[in-house]
Design a protein around this ligand. Structure first.
Ligand SMILES: Nc1ncnc2c1ncn2[C@@H]1O[C@H](COP(=O)(O)OP(=O)(O)OP(=O)(O)O)[C@@H](O)[C@H]1O
Ligand SMILES: [Mg+2]
Length: 324
């Protein structure tokens, strides 16, 4: 990384992030403003979830980070170096899986990886075969490694793309919707793999439109909507931003709802045997006692933790749907 100026190596532009963007903006030729003034900081060692509904600008951002397309304005630094200017120095340290990995259909999965590895000038040809077999094993493609890639299912292609990103140890992995096309078992395997990689010290940046997936695997997240960043930070903080709800399970929902309102609980909603409301600013033991004393048969009483989905709804005031 010889050509970096001292200030770049000091992280002056990067705030210590493995990925840092400042007012990053992309307007496509047709006029579509796909990414609008994005300021993102991905801490070293994090599993960072880049979350947003379809069309919110995730892939466009990732393409700019990887130097595949030029930003219209703003800057992106990856591993402390400006992109796309330092792509040649940065990309050997980054494993990437981007929407629809390019494969040679007439080659087997294994031969695709051998060929991909051979195109990497930093890859040692003597250990190529071993690394390819290890990568296939890591993504569960050992048995299917000899099959032609054109006969792969979507999930198998996705696994092969992931294997390509894993051929070398990397400082950063950038995975665009890595579980796209995978079945629930495959999704679990990828989550386990991501956790393993993170525990080896690799920073993982992954995009998803699935909230629960991000919640299960990520330490940090950023939420996008319509090209704009809504929020970013530790996942626990984002979920805590949306307050939990008081949930009472009872065969007497009407009585429970009336009593909860009397106890000062706001926004009471009864749905079957579930009665929910805002968490009141008083001792919940008293609220519970009041229900029981009034003869309400309480089967369950507690505060349900807010999910990222709740946080998203609280942030946008709308559901997690595609913008028109
Ligand atoms: N090459 C392109 N030319 C013009 N507009 C584009 C191009 N690629 C994407 N867009 C538009 O930019 C916006 C953001 O698209 P992008 O692919 O970045 O979203 P995404 O968050 O990755 O969505 P998904 O979850 O569906 O993968 C969309 O409105 C899309 O239609
Ligand atoms: Mg995308």
């Amino acid at each position: 990384m010889g050509e970096a100026s001292a200030s770049e190596q000091d992280g002056e532009h990067t705030g210590g992030g493995v990925i840092t963007t400042r007012a990053l903006t992309k307007r496509y030729r047709g006029g579509q403003l796909a990414v609008d003034g994005l300021c993102l900081t991905v801490p070293a060692g994090s599993v960072f979830g880049f979350l947003g509904p379809n069309g919110s600008g995730k892939t466009t951002t990732i393409r700019m980070l990887m130097g595949l397309i030029e930003p219209t304005s703003g800057t992106a630094h990856v591993l402390g170096r400006p992109m796309p200017r330092s792509a040649r120095a940065v990309l050997p340290h980054v494993g990437a899986l981007i929407e629809g990995p390019a494969l040679y259909g007439f080659l087997s999965g294994r031969d695709n990886l051998l060929r991909y590895d051979a195109a990497d000038p930093t890859a040692d040809p003597r250990t190529r075969r071993i690394r390819v077999l290890a990568a296939l094993d890591r993504v569960g493609l050992t048995a299917a490694g000899g099959k032609k890639a054109k006969a792969y299912s979507l999930g198998m292609k996705q696994r092969l793309g992931l294997a390509a990103a894993l051929l070398q140890p990397r400082r950063l992995l950038v995975l665009d919707e890595p579980t796209n096309g995978l079945d629930p078992q495959g999704m679990r395997e990828i989550r386990t793999l991501v956790r393993e990689l993170a525990s080896d010290g690799t920073t993982v940046f992954l995009s998803s439109h699935l909230l629960d997936e991000i919640e299960q695997v990520c330490t940090h997240a950023a939420v996008m909507a319509r090209g704009r960043l809504l929020t970013q930070g530790p996942v626990a903080d984002l979920a805590a931003g949306a307050r939990g709800r008081l949930v009472v399970t009872t065969p007497d929902p009407a009585d429970a709802a009336r009593l909860l309102k009397e106890q000062g609980v706001a926004d009471v909603v009864a749905d079957g045997e579930r009665v929910t409301g805002e968490v009141p600013g008083r001792d919940l033991a008293e609220v519970n006692a009041a229900l029981v004393t009034a003869g309400v048969r309480v089967r369950g009483f507690g505060v349900e933790r807010a999910s990222l989905e709740d946080a998203f709804v609280a942030l946008t005031g709308e559901g997690f749907d595609v913008a028109g």
